[in-house]
Ligand binder design. Sequence first.
Ligand code: ZN
Length: 167
Amino acid sequence: MGIREVREIGDDILTKQCKDVSKMTLRTKILIGDMLDTMYEKCGVGLAAPQVGVLKKIVVIDVGEGPAVLINPEIIETYGEQTGEEGCLSVPGKWGIVTRPAKVKVRALNQDMEPFEMEGEGLLARAICHEIDHLRGELYVDKTEDGLHDTAYEEYDEEAGGEETEE
Ligand code: ZN
């Protein structure tokens, strides 16, 4: 277990398509443990393998309800819409407004390579969409409605009329 370096925007690896995981190996188990450690260390709610430099379809998510590990995840249904703030450990110090489904149903494999389905609403739905985008080499910065904002200025600029729409 350990903390891995998080790749940042501008690094080519973040724009590449990830490959399916075909079997669970010790190496992949260690990777998943390290991804969880790294996510918690950086106070993120999700992390995708390419963010630590590995082009495999693995994401870890914890929005405060305990960790979820999704291998080869696929969104099979979406419901509704939500518009709110989004950030990314690979784009430090920034946030943007992104519209995502309000609820998603995802199919994936667990760490024993057994298929399962999971539903997520609100922040969990947003995190699932955001992390699965990483597996296709997509970053939220290309989906923002009014560009990127600097977190350092937010508390001054937004204090009076800021809206919190994220759950
Ligand atoms: Zn991200």
